[in-house]
Design a protein around this ligand. Structure first.
Ligand code: G3I
Length: 302
């Protein structure tokens, strides 16, 4: 196949990119995205600061724009994200009462998932809840006010809101098997599976330095998959985009049956969140980079 999405589809997977409404009106941006990808994740449009800027007042306009673009161009959509400590409006982060916060969190999840019912294949229900260099949860209003159980509460609420959507936990720095953070997330998933807490998938963001994925990456993916969840690479970008590092990352996914898809965190270097870096598959002029070719070849060989 001659595009990333079609090549990934050859082994039953998707290959997507984060899209931003800020750039959809740029012809080359849209043309590149539409030609290459069969999945998208809204880069910012479904986050809490956009979707519920004040309590009970919802704005799904930007997210809807991504969804309708995706539907018009045969891309499936990952919902990102329902519960995260960043891009969280201050009216939420200032709540100090557990009863109120639980009701606010559950209402946010239910309202957003209900709005998008049938249009989202998987949700990042909780994003980045674990602390770096540790197996513990990070400090956040959710953790501090609701305690350790907030993640379980979020997943249970999500399952009720849209029983057909896949429910994922998403994080970064969980790609190296021996890291404490990886072990913390692994133990949470294991615990959820053993107690029947609904969880279907784990997203490995995979924001890598120029040295690429850790050598244990495939082991990490397959160990999580063995717990009975699908795994995905959800926000891939690699400092300076070395072709071999990209190929190794994609190959790790292709070698794991339950690794169902890969998303790069942007279309073109010129709009990458890693400003000053060139971590993506297309350069600032939308030319294919060496990393693009190495990824396409790996997908086609699977
Ligand atoms: O919306 C305002 C706009 O009104 C204003 O004019 C502009 C001026 O700077 O800022 C706009 O907001 C920015 C937003 O991106 C949209 O461009 C925020 O300042 C900026 O902080 C925000 O950055 C996003 C970042 O998440 C926030 O943490 C990046 O685009 C986005 O790529 C990044 O994505 C995250 C994932 O969601 C989770 N994993 C890590 C990943 C990279 O940080």
């Amino acid at each position: 196949a001659s595009t990333l999405g079609a090549a990934a589809a050859g082994s039953g997977r998707y290959f997507g990119a984060a899209l931003s409404t800020a750039h959809l009106g740029e012809a080359q941006y849209a043309a590149t995205a539409d030609a290459e990808f069969n999945q998208t994740t809204p880069e910012n449009e479904m986050k809490w600061d956009t979707t519920e800027p004040s309590r009970g007042s919802f704005n799904f306009g930007p997210g809807d724009q991504i969804v309708s673009h995706a539907q018009a161009h045969n891309m499936i959509v990952r919902g990102h994200t329902l519960v995260w400590y960043q891009q969280l409006p201050s009216w939420v982060s200032s709540i100090s009462d557990a009863t109120t916060l639980k009701s606010v969190m559950d209402n946010h999840i239910t309202s957003e998932m209900t709005h998008y019912k049938g249009k989202i294949y998987a949700w990042d229900v909780v994003n980045e809840a674990f602390a770096d260099g540790s197996s513990q949860h990070r400090s956040s209003v959710f953790q501090n006010v609701l305690g350790n159980g907030f993640i379980e509460e979020a997943f249970r609420t999500a399952r009720t809101a849209d029983p057909a959507a896949k429910l994922c936990y998403n994080d970064y720095n969980i790609e190296n098997w021996s890291d404490a953070k990886t072990q913390g997330v692994y133990n949470m998933v294991k615990d959820f599976k053993s107690r029947g807490v609904p969880i279907d998938c784990v997203g490995f963001q995979s924001h890598f330095s120029s040295s690429g994925p850790p050598s244990s990456f495939q082991t990490t993916l397959s160990n999580f998959a063995a717990l009975g969840v699908d795994v995905q690479i959800t926000e891939l970008d690699i400092q300076q985009a070395p072709a071999q590092a990209y190929a190794n990352t994609v190959q790790a996914c292709l070698n794991v049956a339950r690794c169902t898809g890969i998303t790069v965190w942007g279309v073109t270097d010129k709009y990458s969140w890693r400003s000053g870096d060139t971590p993506l598959l297309f350069d600032g002029n939308y030319s294919k980079k060496a990393a693009y070719t190495s990824v396409l070849n790996a997908l086609n060989a699977a």
